[in-house]
Design a protein around this ligand. Sequence first.
Ligand code: OOG
Ligand code: MG
Length: 256
Amino acid sequence: MSNLSAIAEILDDAARCANAIPQLSKTGHDLTLEEAYSVQELSIGRRQQRGEKLIGIKMGFTSRAKMRQMGLSEMIWGRLTDAMRVADGGEISLAKYVHPRAEPEIAFLMKDRLAGPVTETEALNAVEALAPAIEIIDSRYQNFTFNLSDVVADNSSSSSFVVGQWHPADTSIDNLGMALEINGQPVQVGSSAAILGHPLRALAAASRLAAKAGLALQPGWVIMAGGATAAHALGIGDSVRNSVQTLGAPGFAVAA
Ligand code: OOG
Ligand code: MG
């Protein structure tokens, strides 16, 4: 256990100081997936001890485009805290990240508790609202390279997220065009259907997978469904938007 705590501290420090570290798996820490999720919990626990609140979960590798880009094919999840939230129309400072990337996503706001295996209908019934969103991922590993356990231990690259306008839970998100734009130019285009065929499946998966770690999705939590396209590397001066058909276009700017 103390070993896992020590690894959690290394990852927490790397995230806090925006300092890239070598992959755990290449430095003698070959964690099982279960151990990796324990490290994630311990590392986010350190943030909670500093006053951050757990406010949701992000899903990862829920689209083929994301799996292909990172060379991994198993769904993963990470924890979201209130400090990770960036206001729609807000600004991030590149200096606070190692090598951030943006990806176009859909977010769900929970109305009811949801735990364990659930159908898509049960998942939908627990939703208060949904919104277009952007996740800013940032691997704490050098070169943004990792294996499955590495990335899970690193909170599944979770770093920041932006949520746009909320819409009623029954708003159709079957097949909405999504375009990630930098300074008005589309750099990645896809569809909400690229997320497991339907983003609600990502919500059901979040409920099922988090339960394995003893976590239930709570009312008021935000659940990020995962990137519909490959992620795009950010640079100073970028104005980033995720333009989602019928839902709107949340965005943020990247400063030094
Ligand atoms: C892992 C996180 C993946 C997504 O939406 O698929 C993810 C990574 O690509 O670094 O957030
Ligand atoms: Mg993501």
